[in-house]
Design a protein around this ligand. Structure first.
Ligand code: BGC
Length: 370
């Protein structure tokens, strides 16, 4: 079965080489990895493009799948969009990528569930001449990633750290020091460490000079990470921290949260413990968090317009289809190689600018008016 498919791909690829004037080799792999560099050998309209997304730990992933399906079809490709399930996401995603290779995908876009567990699948893809684009999350420790496209994650973290400081100064003008707690995302997602490091780049000097006090003492990524980005895990850790360290008059003033889903969980925990009000950060501009931003319960979020990120990815795919290199504006080290990267700029959102930032987003703009 697999051999038949590979042969069919080889025939199709040979036809493209002939059309585009490329001197494709006569091996039976289909596609020419051009000595391992990032230029593909081109492919034609109607080709299959695989999109392997992680389990839906936040709304942005759900939105991405819909937009990829629409935009790839509009651009003339056959979209094969798959999500890993939440029960066994890693083997799910591995199997989905393998199936996409076998289905003759020319490019596979991957939002990794576990960035360190896709080495074998992307190696196989490269062998078969399939280009790999890491989407939003970088794939670690492999040379077999052609491109990475994302919002600048370190900048997201720095923006969250700065917003926490600004929000604390505004909300508690009479205080010179603030009690805070830190939350990070899942260790399997390399973004989680980058968000945390970006935030700590801003917060650490203020912890060191005593302006901020992490009352629980839990101030390393390992101690504050949230398994699977699951809000229930963040909430139960916050419950324990609040019970253990915030008895009596000790109040909590702020929480660094890496995204909106976990921010809502932390707000619940603080409210259950009858503490607060707090300044809390977020990310993703989830619909459920916009009313909280407008009321000030959640001080900030980040807007990473998924439409733009998908459009940039489709742009990369169009370049590869022509046999060109894709546009990049950065390089990201994934532990094995420097991956050509395109970074978009994240936007900081508070109640002050939400209406303006979301004005062309049909789903979010109405939420800023209620
Ligand atoms: C994404 C965030 C998202 C998180 C959880 C990260 O990799 O960059 O936007 O909140 O995953 O789904």
């Amino acid at each position: 079965m697999r051999k038949v498919l590979i042969t069919a791909v080889a025939v199709a690829s040979a036809a493209v080489f002939a059309l585009s004037g490329c001197s494709g080799s006569s091996n039976d792999r289909g596609g020419d990895s051009a000595g391992g560099d990032t230029a593909a050998s081109g492919f034609k309209a109607g080709s299959v493009i695989g999109v392997a997304l992680p389990d839906k730990t936040s709304e942005n992933w759900t939105i991405a799948g819909q937009i990829f399906t629409d935009d790839l079809e509009k651009a003339g490709y056959k979209a094969n969009v798959q999500y890993a399930g939440s029960t066994s996401p890693v083997p799910d995603q591995q199997a989905q990528i393998t199936a996409m290779i076998q289905a003759g995908a020319k490019v596979i876009v991957i939002g990794a569930n576990d960035a360190k567990q896709l080495g074998a699948q992307v190696a196989d893809a490269k062998e078969q001449g399939v280009s790999i684009i890491a989407y939003d999350r970088l794939i670690s420790d492999t040379k077999d990633v052609d491109y990475y496209v994302a919002f600048n994650n370190f900048k997201v973290g720095q923006d969250q750290g700065q917003a926490l400081l600004d929000g604390l100064a505004k909300k508690f003008p009479d205080q010179k020091t603030y009690n805070i707690e830190l939350i990070a995302g899942a260790a399997t997602d390399p973004n989680a460490t980058v968000f945390f490091n970006g935030a700590m780049d801003v917060l650490k000097p203020k912890i060191d000079d005593g302006t901020l006090k992490v009352v629980s003492g839990q101030d390393t990524f390992e101690k504050v990470q949230t398994d699977k980005w699951d809000p229930a895990n963040a909430q139960s850790r916050m419950d324990t921290v609040l019970q253990g360290f915030y008895q009596g008059d000790t109040n909590i003033n702020g929480v660094l949260s890496p995204n909106d889903t976990l921010a809502r969980a932390a707000l619940q925990s603080v409210s259950d413990a009858k503490k607060g009000p707090i300044v809390i950060t977020g990310q993703d501009s989830e619909a459920a968090s916009i009313p909280l931003i407008m009321s000030g319960e959640q001080y900030m979020t980040i807007y990473k317009d998924t439409r733009k990120l998908v459009a940039q990815t489709v742009d990369m795919i169009n370049s590869l289809a022509k046999g060109d290199k894709a546009d990049t504006n950065a390089e990201e080290d994934n532990g094995a190689t420097k991956v050509p990267t395109y970074y978009l700029d994240p936007v900081v959102v508070t109640a002050d600018n939400a209406a303006e930032v979301y004005k062309d987003n049909d789903k979010l703009a109405p939420l800023t008016k209620q």
